[in-house]
Design a protein around this ligand. Structure first.
Ligand SMILES: [Mg+2]
Length: 219
């Protein structure tokens, strides 16, 4: 079997998303203070991380303080507009550098602000093709997303590996298309289990360091 391309998810696959969330909450708290005078940074962090309110975080906070729900959109925007640098995992850059010498590299993310994240992580240059699915109003549940990237890279699914961390979205379509799939157990979804065999990856790893070995085994 020959491998021509390795494609990656971004959040929690190439860096720790918690960093992004912490920077985003700080930025949102600053916006909230400017607009209302309320200093709620610590409460926001507690809500998000300790109470695990990662969806509707701002709506909850605004409601708890009797503040206008209309502020929510600007807080979400502020969350995604932080500009502080982000750090890839220590092994990410060496891995991408090594793989880029031999394979086409792709990136497919459902996360908002994928391009800004790549700039903040300073890893954009490693990728031959990047698809941030919200920009084309699609998601990784749709095969066209993967097909588009493979077409751009001029590679066949059977010669491609997809690496992700979330069993709910990362492996179903790549499995159906006949790509090899690798799950990194790291970040928010480490403990999630696949709901059915179609969501199951071909390989599991606990560090990106193990990926080169898998790629060379398949290749
Ligand atoms: Mg992810």
């Amino acid at each position: 079997m020959t491998i021509d391309a390795v494609c990656f998810d971004l959040d929690d696959t190439l860096y720790n998303y918690e960093q992004y969330a912490r920077a985003g909450l700080e930025s949102a708290a600053e916006t909230l203070e400017m607009e209302t005078g309320h200093q709620l940074h610590d409460e926001l962090v507690e809500l998000y991380f300790d109470e695990n309110r990662t969806e509707g975080t701002f709506d909850t906070l605004l409601e708890q303080h009797g503040l206008s729900p209309e502020l929510s959109d600007s807080l979400v925007d502020a969350f995604h507009s932080a500009t502080t640098p982000l750090s890839p995992y220590p092994e990410t850059v060496p891995l991408l550098g090594t793989l880029a010498e031999q394979y086409e590299l792709g990136l497919i993310t459902d996360g908002r602000g994928g391009h800004q994240k790549l700039d903040r992580l300073n890893i954009r240059r490693y990728f031959d093709e990047i698809l941030v699915t919200p920009q084309i109003k699609r998601s990784k549940h749709e095969s066209i997303v993967f097909e588009q990237v493979l077409d751009s890279l001029s590679v066949e699914p059977s010669a491609t590996i997809y690496v992700g961390d979330d069993p709910r979205v990362d492996f179903l379509v790549p499995n159906e298309l006949g790509m090899y799939t690798v799950r990194l157990h790291r970040g928010r979804y480490t403990e999630l289990t696949a709901q059915n065999t179609r969501q199951r990856p071909d390989y599991r790893i606990h560090s990106l360091n193990a990926l080169c070995h898998i790629v060379s085994t398949i290749d």
